[in-house]
Design a protein around this ligand. Structure first.
Ligand SMILES: O=C[C@H](O)COP(=O)(O)O
Length: 254
């Protein structure tokens, strides 16, 4: 596999359903100190507050939505289209987060429609999430599960669209639990995923595609994870709302 440095470090901050004026100010303060970070930094506020973030964030930070629907407009109560997100200032969207899969029953078939629409009808980029549950890991099914989830996305990603996609490996048992995967556990899955992507595409794409890790990443755990050959960044939940997000954005540097 290519050295990790061939791929630009990527750090996503998923605010989930958390927001207040004080949080916005705190996050912008931390982000203001990341101008020298050698990383793509992309934050995802709750949809209602995207515009507030767009008008207050530092210019080097990009904006993501946490979800979208696979149509431009219409009778889809409660949904938001990628076109609307773009108009609000988003250049990325998170798809298939485990909370969407588990709490809102989004399955691979549904997510295929979303990634297909976003990649082929808009120029928005995708953070495509995957990850196994604790039960799946304990019964030795991790690789099988992540392969199935990645394969579903891959059915809709053309070879020339991989630069618009970041794969986020987020073991469900590590999300919001404080139980971060060990660097070795994460590297093992990332390496497996890269080889799997290569099998379905080619070596060039596999070398270039970014695979990031998510699940209880903190300022304390980010450094060793960032040193792993196939970990190209992070998708951060809780810590993306704290001053330590600066440290996470610079995990490869310090
Ligand atoms: O999207 C982010 C992940 O769900 C990780 O969340 P966490 O860092 O709070 O565990």
């Amino acid at each position: 596999m290519a050295g990790a440095n061939a791929r630009r470090f990527f750090v996503g901050g998923n605010w989930k359903m958390n927001y207040s004026q004080a949080v916005l100010e705190k996050v912008n303060d931390a982000l203001g100190k990341t101008k020298d970070a050698e990383a793509d930094i992309v934050c995802a506020p709750p949809a209602l507050f995207i515009k507030d973030f767009v008008s207050s964030k530092p210019s080097h930070v990009q904006v993501a939505a946490q979800n979208c629907y696979h149509a431009k407009e219409g009778a889809f109560t409660g949904e938001i289209s990628p076109e609307m997100l773009k108009e609000a200032g988003c250049t990325w969207v998170i798809l298939g987060h485990s909370e969407r899969r588990t709490l809102f029953n989004e399955d691979d078939e549904f997510l295929k429609k979303k990634i297909d629409y976003v990649l082929n009808k808009t120029d928005i980029n995708v953070i495509a999430c995957i990850g196994e549950t604790l039960q799946e890991r304990e019964s030795g099914k991790t690789n099988e599960v992540v392969e199935r989830q990645v394969k579903a996305y891959q059915e809709k990603i053309a070879n020339n669209q991989y630069d618009r996609v970041v794969i986020a490996y987020e073991p469900v048992w590590a999300i919001g639990t404080g139980k971060v995967a060990t660097p070795q556990q994460a590297q093992e899955v990332h390496d497996h995923l890269r080889k799997f992507i290569e099998k379905n595409t080619n070596g060039d794409i596999a070398k270039k595609v970014r695979i990031i890790y998510g699940g209880s990443v903190t300022g304390a755990s980010c450094k060793e994870l960032a040193q792993q050959a196939d970990i190209d960044g992070f998708l951060v939940g809780g810590a993306s709302l704290k001053p330590e997000f600066e440290q996470i954005c610079k995990a490869r540097q310090n």
